[in-house]
Design a protein around this ligand. Structure first.
Ligand code: FES
Length: 137
């Protein structure tokens, strides 16, 4: 069996939503202290929904695939739904990741939450305490 699913390879070789949103409403940047990989998510919010999302990931193939899939999963979604996206859901949507690569999908969950928190902070909205942003491990 191949180490990586076809979906992982597809999103790694043809990542969706790569780039920067210059006038982003929320930006989240997280990193993994062990591998040194960094992920940055840019959100454009309209009427409480993600109207646009882009990412920059300086990291491994699994991190790039996770970023790509995660951005596809939150595009057009209300922020309440966006905050429920877990790294497990991202990994499942990719057809699975090897156990030692699961932390790459954690970066995607954390970057999304950090971007939503940034948007909430800028707009004086309280960030839900049940959606903690944990340091990636
Ligand atoms: Fe660090 Fe993938 S090896 S994010």
């Amino acid at each position: 069996m191949a180490l990586y699913s076809e979906k992982v390879m597809d999103h790694f070789t043809h990542p969706r939503n790569v780039g920067i949103i210059e006038d982003a409403d929320g930006i989240g940047e997280v990193g993994n202290g062990k591998c040194g990989d960094i992920m940055k998510i840019y959100l454009k919010i309209k009427d409480g929904m993600v109207s646009d999302v882009k990412f920059e990931t300086f990291g491994c193939g699994s991190a790039i695939a996770s970023s790509s899939m995660a951005t596809e999963m939150i595009k057009g979604k209300p922020l309440s739904d966006v905050l429920t996206v877990t790294n497990k859901a991202v990994a499942e949507a990719l057809g699975g990741l090897p156990a030692y690569k699961m932390h790459c999908s954690v970066l995607a969950e954390e970057a999304i939450k950090a971007a939503v928190k940034d948007y909430y902070d800028k707009n004086g909205i309280e960030y839900p305490i049940d959606s903690p942003i944990c340091p990636a491990v």
